[in-house]
Design a protein around this ligand. Structure first.
Ligand code: 13P
Ligand code: ZN
Ligand code: NA
Length: 283
């Protein structure tokens, strides 16, 4: 059964580790995260952005996740990542998603609350967990582009109000991570994380975790991050290995052959991320 993220994130919070949320795009990438998480006995969040749902089709994604959940004992959640359209979220919950991020972080504080509340009211009727974001991450996640001037760190007092007003299950915070790769080494505002953690009691989510040094991610987890989002660090080795395969085998045309090196390269990174999250052997 496809689960919400409720229990897995509360467990992670209690035991001080993080559940990895891996962005997938198709059968192959879903297979990799499920296979490695199962092998390592890690809880797993399979994340799909709006463009992934458009690309792969909502029902296909749910069907694939259901098969995965049947074939393994680890808890698996299928999560709508960075969704902005309330009607789409409701439809995807109707179809079988049990976890959703409503990203209204680009709106005013009041409008953000209003939109998130509507999603929470609907989602909680169907045992579906809701993540929302306060503050704004720099960088690009699919079609969502935020430039430096528009980025904003999460205010700890506002976070407290936001969580109380909305009734969300987890909060995505902006403390210096960005979607995509960094120009130099990212600086994370750990004081801010500590303040947010002291004022907010629900699980906290770190977006943009690709290309962040492992020590920083681990420190953030010890300080209260319970969900770590990874997209870019999987796309790069997957596509890179396939490019290499085609360079070495220009006449290749069998997806079962050229996809496999991509999956293998991605699998190594998934394994490493699970280790960094501390989520192995929890189930
Ligand atoms: P990265 O681009 O750093 O992998 O961020 C992923 C993410 O936050 C997905 O929501
Ligand atoms: Zn994100
Ligand atoms: Na990143």
């Amino acid at each position: 059964k496809i689960l919400s993220t409720k229990q897995m994130l509360l467990n992670a919070q209690k035991e001080n580790y993080a559940v990895p949320a891996f962005n997938i795009h198709n059968l192959e990438t879903l297979q990799v995260v499920v296979e490695i998480a199962s092998k390592m006995h890690s809880p797993l969040i399979i994340a799909a952005t709006p463009s992934t749902v458009t690309y792969a089709n909502c029902d296909y994604l749910i069907a694939m996740a259901q098969v995965a959940a049947r074939q393994t004992d680890i808890p698996i959640a299928l999560h709508l990542d960075h969704h902005e359209n309330v009607a789409t979220i409701k439809a995807d919950i109707d179809a079988g998603f049990r976890s959703a991020m409503i990203d209204a972080s680009h709106e005013s504080f009041e409008k953000n609350i209003e939109i998130v509340k509507e999603v929470v009211a609907y989602a909680h009727k169907y045992d579906t967990t809701v993540e929302a974001e306060l503050g704004k991450l720099i960088g690009q996640e699919d079609d969502l582009i935020v430039n430096e001037a528009d980025s904003a760190y999460t205010n700890p007092d506002a976070a407290k109000l936001f969580v109380e007003a909305t009734g969300i299950d987890s909060l995505a915070i902006a403390i210096g991570t960005a979607h995509g790769l960094y120009k130099g080494t990212p600086k994370l505002d750990f004081d801010r994380l500590q303040q947010i953690r002291s004022k907010v009691d629900i699980p906290l989510v770190l977006h943009g975790a690709s290309d962040v040094p492992d020590e920083l991610v681990q420190k953030a987890i010890t300080m209260g991050i319970c969900k770590v989002n990874v997209a870019t660090d999987l796309k790069i080795p997957f596509s890179g290995a396939i490019k290499e395969f085609f360079l070495a085998n220009p006449s290749a045309n069998d997806p079962r052959r050229y996809m496999t090196p991509g999956k293998d390269a991605m699998a190594k990174v998934v394994e490493h991320k699970i280790k960094i999250c501390g989520s192995a052997n929890r189930y």
